[in-house]
Design a protein around this ligand. Structure first.
Ligand code: GA4
Length: 327
């Protein structure tokens, strides 16, 4: 049997690169300077020595494994994703497809409790794992957002974190399961090939303020750096991967960059990831902070509800923030 490894990306350049790893236990202002630099240069960085307890991560990972190990018909009881709930391969509402199954949750306690009933045979276990995880990750997100504001010399250092501490924050939590390679046979040539390098989740930017991602020890995440070269982000055993979302790019008047990223599937090991998308309340107005505007505003003011509606009306890889440009 011939096993080739053709890829849809044969012509793409892939570049090895190390994302900044920022130690949150470092002294201020050192740590805030490092964070600002990473947000300007890459829109992505890793954080270590964060305050999320290992047992909270382990419990959430176990619940996620339990859920994805269920028979499809069981999982479908929590679907279809509309936009929250269980989804398989279909992403969003406009025909995007990926080699991924996922569970998308709104982070309000009511919503977690409701979805837990269709997700788990032991809903209270599942909902407490999710609530504990979200609470701990939200704290780290707030700490990072406060450090960003400090590093930007914004006097009101809670200007970003206040949006996600709000009880009406529209933050989301997503569990992803990327399956392993499937051997496919070309019907004309009878050559078998594996589908490594297939897209698990296609290229996109995150619409929210900031995203905190944990994954198991399996690689797959890639980011698109300045020259459009796809750059793998190796998995880290304890770190969270943090990335700037579109809203933060708008609030910093383009100083921080919301960078395109994607997830490819791995040939040999399933990849699991858990992403917390920190978002403002729906009615919040998003404008550039006056302290940061040293040039005319790049984006028209918009509400998060308006931005979210636009995101859902477009394809995954479409540029959204450009639609709100002033010129
Ligand atoms: C990308 C980031 C988050 O995973 C997400 C995604 C959402 C979805 O899966 O429903 C979107 C996508 C994401 C951006 C554009 C729209 C909305 C799919 C899609 C085509 C949950 C989010 O908030 O935006």
């Amino acid at each position: 049997m011939v096993v080739a490894s053709p890829t849809p990306f044969r012509s793409e350049k892939i570049q090895a690169f190390e994302l900044p790893i920022i130690d949150l236990s470092l002294e201020r202002p050192e740590v805030s300077k490092l964070i600002v630099k990473a947000c300007e240069d890459y829109g992505f960085f890793m954080v270590i020595n964060h305050s999320v307890p290992e047992d909270i991560i382990a419990k959430m990972e176990q619940e996620s494994l339990n859920f994805f190990a269920k028979p499809v018909c069981e999982k479908q009881k929590a679907g279809p994703a509309n936009p929250v709930g269980y989804g398989c391969k279909n992403i969003g509402f406009n025909g995007d497809i990926g080699e991924v199954e996922y569970l998308l949750l709104n982070t309000s306690p009511l919503s977690i409790n409701q979805l837990s009933k269709s997700v788990s045979n032991d809903p209270s276990n599942f909902s407490s794992a999710v609530s504990d995880y979200i609470q701990a990750v939200r704290e780290v997100a707030c700490e990072i957002l406060d450090l960003m504001a400090e590093g930007l010399w914004v006097p009101d250092t809670a200007v970003f974190s206040r949006l996600i501490r709000d009880v009406d924050s529209d933050s989301l939590f997503r569990l992803n399961h990327y399956p392993t390679t499937v051997l496919c046979k070309d019907k004309d040539t009878s050559v078998s090939y594996n589908n490594s390098n297939m897209v698990g989740f296609g290229e996109h930017t995150d619409p929210q303020i900031v995203t905190l991602l944990r994954s198991n020890d399996v690689g797959g995440l890639q980011i698109s750096l300045h020259d459009g070269v796809w750059t793998p982000v190796p998995p880290h055993p304890t770190a969270f991967c943090v990335n700037v979302g579109d809203v933060l790019q708008a609030m910093t008047n383009g100083r921080f960059v919301s960078v395109r990223h994607r997830a490819l599937i791995n040939s040999y090991k399933p990849r699991m990831s858990m992403a917390y998308f920190a978002a403002p309340p729906l009615h919040s107005w998003i404008t550039a902070l006056p302290e940061i505007i040293h040039r005319p505003p790049l984006y028209k003011p918009f509400t998060w509800a308006e931005y979210k509606k636009t995101a859902h009306s477009l394809r995954l890889g479409d540029g959204r923030l450009t639609l709100f440009r002033t010129c």
